[in-house]
Ligand binder design. Structure first.
Ligand code: PLP
Length: 343
């Protein structure tokens, strides 16, 4: 059966152009810094974000982890939203690999509040506490509904952390969804933080890989941690070739995902699903079910539709390059049928 796959924007297939570029990519040993395609991707990312350097890493999780390790010494603290991917979905790596203590912040509205940062900040010098040296944010914020943060509030939150002498990292797995939504420039965000992680393998459609950007010193440290974590790859230009197309040519298509997600959200509301309201919808639709989310997912699967149970009775549906207007209509029709059958 061919499925309509709305589970995530990570399920995309590489485009024909990506496959061609991968087949013919010029490569070298990237641990020696010799891979011309990886170098081109890194240079392009640094230029695009306006940061001094960039590093190609295997995944978003690795990008966030090397960033954390590059900013914080063991035993230090990092302020992190409890809804963030780094808190919930990266296998607890901040604690068990980086050896830093995550301090929980309320980020249910996407950005951590000023009060929660002030309340959680721990200065150096008190032996009872892990000195907080980093604030980690997420934009767009996945579990807050794919919510993009505007530059103004984003920059204010970052500057509070900076005023305390902390560094700021942003998990910008989907930062270009925020950029597409507001029509601004990624430099507007990158200019407020000390590092940014950008996934190439989400809405941008590459089969793998992420980019981390920051200062030259930060990138030098991140390169060492990448190696320590086993992420130093050799002829990785084969993958980077697709990543370059993703970063260069696919940003413009993200607005289509947002349009499709809005259409999906409207249809599901009309059918009677409890769709979560988000002020600014990018490529995600979360809705609640009274019943068992996994059972609903199973029923959908039998009809050729894949959706993502997201915990606490929530379902997530994500639009991406493999989803067009027709797929949205078919998905809504399947969910309507299931609702009519009382499931
Ligand atoms: C917001 C966010 N950050 C980071 C990641 C991690 O990316 P990866 O799956 O490439 O490790 C994800 C993955 O879905 C994500 O949604």
């Amino acid at each position: 059966m061919e499925y309509l796959d709305f589970r995530s924007d990570t399920v995309t297939q590489p485009t024909a152009e990506m496959r061609d570029a991968m087949a013919s990519a010029a490569v070298g040993d990237d641990v020696y810094g010799d891979d011309p395609t990886v170098n081109e991707l890194q240079d392009y990312a640094a230029e695009l974000t306006g940061m001094e350097g960039a590093l190609y890493v295997c995944s978003g999780t690795m990008g966030n982890l090397v960033s954390l390790m590059s900013h914080c010494a063991r035993g230090e603290g990092v302020l992190m939203g409890v809804g963030s991917h780094t808190w919930k979905n990266e296998a607890g790596n901040a604690a068990f690999i980086a050896g830093v203590m995550p301090y929980p912040l309320d980020d249910s509205t996407g950005l951590p509040s000023e009060e929660s940062i002030r309340a959680s900040y721990q200065p150096k010098g008190n032996v009872h506490y892990a000195n907080t040296t980093l604030l980690a944010m997420e934009n767009t914020h996945n579990s807050a509904g794919g919510l993009p943060a505007e530059v103004g509030p984003f920059s204010r939150v970052a500057s509070i952390a900076h005023d305390f002498g902390m560094k700021v990292h942003v998990d910008g797995a989907r930062i270009f969804d925020a950029v597409a939504f507001f029509g601004n420039d990624v430099r507007d965000y990158a200019g407020c933080v000390d590092s940014i992680q950008i996934c190439l393998s989400k809405g941008l459609g590459a089969p793998m890989g992420s980019i981390v950007c920051g200062s030259r010193d930060f990138i030098d440290r991140a390169r060492r941690y990448r190696k320590a974590l086993g992420g130093g790859q050799r002829q990785s230009g084969i993958a980077a070739a697709a990543g370059l197309i993703a970063l260069r040519d696919m940003r413009g298509r993200l607005a289509d995902d947002h349009k499709n997600a809005s259409a999906l959200a409207s249809s599901l509301s009309e059918i009677g699903y409890d769709v979560e309201f988000v002020q600014r919808r990018t490529n995600m639709v979360y809705f609640k079910t009274d019943g068992d989310a996994s059972r609903l997912a199973d029923l959908c699967k039998k009809k050729g539709l894949l959706i993502g149970p997201a915990g606490q009775g929530r379902i997530r549906m994500v639009t991406h390059i493999g989803i067009d207007g027709g797929a949205v209509s078919r998905a809504a029709a399947i969910l309507k049928e299931i609702k009519a059958a009382g499931a």
